[in-house]
Design a protein around this ligand. Structure first.
Ligand SMILES: [Zn+2]
Length: 374
C-alpha cells in the first residue's frame, strides 16, 4: 500500500550539506545556523534558546488545539581533545557512543576557535610490523593518537589544536544506489531534514494546532538539550524524530524485521539499560493518531522496538504534568559509524505522514488511553 514518495531535490542537497557539517554535542553552532536559515521563511517566529536549541513556531488557527513539539537532535557524537603530546600527537576522550572498532585509520576533523576545522588522521601501527596477535585486537581510545601533521606540540598548537577542542568524523555524504545516502551523522541530520521539510508543509497548510519545530542540542551527551526546551514550551504532544536500527543486514536479521525502504518507523519501546535507565513507552493516543494518518494516506509504517538505546523523548515525557510522547523515525544502517546510511523514500514518507497527522490535530484531539495500545 506504499505510495512512492520522494524528497524535493533541494531537500536532498540540504541533507547532504547537513551530514557534512561538524556538530559535536555542545558545539552545534554551525548546524544551528543552517537550521535557522532554512526555518526563517517557513515560520512565524524563529529563535535560539540559551542552550542553543533552535525553535521555529508556526502559530495554529485554533487556540484550543493542543500544542505540538516536533523535534530532532542536531548534534553528533565524536571526541574531545584531552592532551597534546610533546611530539605533536593529539590524544582524545570519546563523547557519546563511539564504536572503538572503526577508529584506527579514520580521517577526522578538529574544530578550531575561529569555527574552521583542521584535518587529522587517527594513527594505526604500520601493518608491515604488526604482530599477528595484534591484528584482531581492538585498540582502546586511550591508546589512540591523532596525527595533524605537526612535528611537535608547539606546531600543533600553532595550527589551532587546543585541549577541549571538538573532534568529529571527517564529514562525508554521498548517494548510495538509487534511493539511499551514506555518510556521517545520518543520526540525526536526516531527522533535522525531516523536521525542516515537515515545517515547510505545515507552513503551507496553516495547521489548527500551534507547532514548535525544534532542533535540540547535546542529545549524544546523555540527552541534555531537549528537556529544558520542552519545559519552556510546555507542549501537550511531543514527537521525537530519530533513526531506528535497521535489521536488514546479515548480522542483524535475527534482531528485527525493520528494513530500509519499507517505510517510516513507529517505536513502541525504547530502553537504554546501561548508563541511563530511561526509555519510552509511547502514549497510546499518539500511536492511534499516527497509525490512523498512515491508514488515510496509504503510507506503510514499520513497528519498531529498541533495547539498548533511547531518544530525547524519554526526558520530554517527564516535563510538566507529563507530555504525551512518541518516537518516530526511519531505519538506518551501521549506526554511530562514519558510514551510516538510510533510505530517502522512508524520509519522504515520514514527512508526508507527519504533515498529514499534525495538520489534522485540533481541539477535539482525544487524549484518552483507550482499552489497550493500538
Ligand atoms: Zn540520534
Amino acid at each position: 500500500m506504499s505510495t512512492a514518495r520522494a524528497l524535493r531535490p533541494d531537500a536532498l542537497e540540504d541533507l547532504l550539506q547537513l551530514m557534512r557539517l561538524p556538530g559535536l554535542a555542545g558545539h552545534e553552532q554551525g548546524v544551528a545556523a543552517f537550521m535557522q536559515e532554512r526555518m526563517r521563511p517557513l515560520a512565524d517566529e524563529v529563535r535560539e534558546d540559551r542552550l542553543g536549541n533552535v525553535i521555529a513556531t508556526v502559530r495554529g488557527s485554533d487556540p484550543d488545539a493542543p500544542v505540538v513539539m516536533l523535534f530532532a537532535h542536531m548534534d553528533s557524537l565524536g571526541f574531545i581533545v584531552r592532551k597534546i603530546d610533546d611530539d605533536g600527537f593529539v590524544r582524545i576522550h570519546r563523547l557519546g557512543g563511539i564504536p572503538e572498532k572503526v577508529l584506527p585509520g579514520l580521517r577526522v576533523e578538529i574544530g578550531r576557535a575561529d569555527g574552521s576545522t583542521l584535518p587529522a588522521v587517527i594513527g594505526m601501527k604500520a601493518h608491515h610490523v604488526t604482530p599477528p596477535e595484534e591484528k584482531t585486537r581492538v585498540n582502546p581510545i586511550a591508546e589512540l593518537f591523532l596525527d595533524v601533521g605537526a612535528s611537535d606540540k608547539a606546531e600543533a598548537e600553532a595550527m589551532g589544536v587546543r585541549v577541549g577542542a571538538p573532534v568529529t568524523y571527517a564529514g562525508y555524504a554521498e548517494r548510495l544506489g538509487e534511493h539511499r545516502v551514506s555518510g556521517t551523522a545520518i543520526d540525526n541530520r536526516s531527522g533535522c531534514l525531516v523536521i525542516l521539510e515537515t515545517l515547510r508543509e505545515l507552513h503551507a497548510q496553516r495547521p489548527k494546532a500551534t507547532v514548535h519545530v525544534v532542533g535540540t542540542v547535546q542529545e549524544e551527551f546523555n540527552l541534555r538539550g531537549a528537556q529544558p526546551v520542552a519545559q519552556a514550551l510546555q507542549p501537550d504532544i511531543a514527537i521525537c524524530i530519530d533513526i531506528a536500527v535497521s535489521g536488514d543486514t546479515p548480522d542483524l536479521r535475527p534482531l528485527s524485521d525493520i528494513s530500509m525502504g519499507a517505510g517510516p518507523t513507529v517505536n513502541f519501546y525504547t530502553f537504554h539499560s546501561r548508563g541511563t535507565l530511561n526509555g519510552l513507552l509511547p502514549h497510546p493516543a499518539l500511536v492511534r493518531g499516527v497509525l490512523g494518518a498512515a491508514e488515510r494516506t496509504g503510507i506503510a509504517v514499520q513497528r519498531a522496538t529498541m533495547f539498548g538505546g533511547l531518544t530525547d523523548a524519554s526526558y520530554v515525557q517527564l516535563v510538566g504534568e507529563g507530555t504525551a510522547s512518541i518516537d518516530l523515525g526511519f531505519p538506518a544502517r551501521f549506526t554511530h559509524t562514519p558510514i551510516e546510511s538510510c533510505d530517502l523514500r522512508d524520509m519522504a514518507g515520514l514527512v508526508a505522514l507527519l504533515a498529514a497527522w499534525i495538520g489534522d490535530i485540533d481541539a477535539n484531539f482525544d487524549f484518552s488511553r483507550g482499552v489497550a495500545m493500538p
